[in-house]
Design a protein. Structure first.
Length: 146
């Protein structure tokens, strides 16, 4: 009789430990996603320098790599509807703008970007979110005259 109660108690404790661990992981992931969203949201509609944009580029690449976001044959991150982040930059090009993804900037060399745009001004003009998770999906930065 004591063995049966002991076995039931052990099974209950194992199930309880698994449940607590799962809830802890879920809450940690939600907190991390909110932290990332708030960081990116703080850039919306404000002027930043190219050096700060470079930090955003590096942070975004790290987040995508950490989340295991796949790349296509061109080396561009593939959106996954949950936690992928795309960053687009509109550069002034003659009388119009030319849009590049951060992956192309990284591929062409961060040093080239730093030399050319470290003192340029950029403004985050758009932030979109994943429908499913409400995590940041993409940001668009536009080079400004200021």
């Amino acid at each position: 009789m004591k063995n049966k109660i002991l076995i039931i108690l052990i099974i209950f404790l194992i199930v309880l430990a698994i449940a607590v661990y799962s809830i802890y992981n879920y809450r940690t992931n939600v907190f991390e996603a909110q932290k990332i969203n708030n960081q990116y949201k703080s850039y919306y509609n404000i002027q930043i320098l190219g050096t700060e944009l470079l930090s955003i580029i590096n942070r975004t690449e790290d987040i995508n790599e950490k989340n295991g976001i796949q790349k296509n044959e061109d080396g561009l991150y593939i959106e996954n509807d949950t936690n992928s982040i795309k960053v687009y930059i509109n550069f002034k090009y003659k009388d119009d703008y030319r849009t590049l993804e951060i992956e192309r900037i990284i591929k062409n060399g961060i040093e080239n970007f730093t030399k050319t745009y470290s003192t340029a001004s950029f403004k985050c003009t758009d932030i979109s979110y994943h429908d499913k998770t409400k995590n940041v999906k993409s940001l668009t930065f536009t080079e400004t005259d200021d």
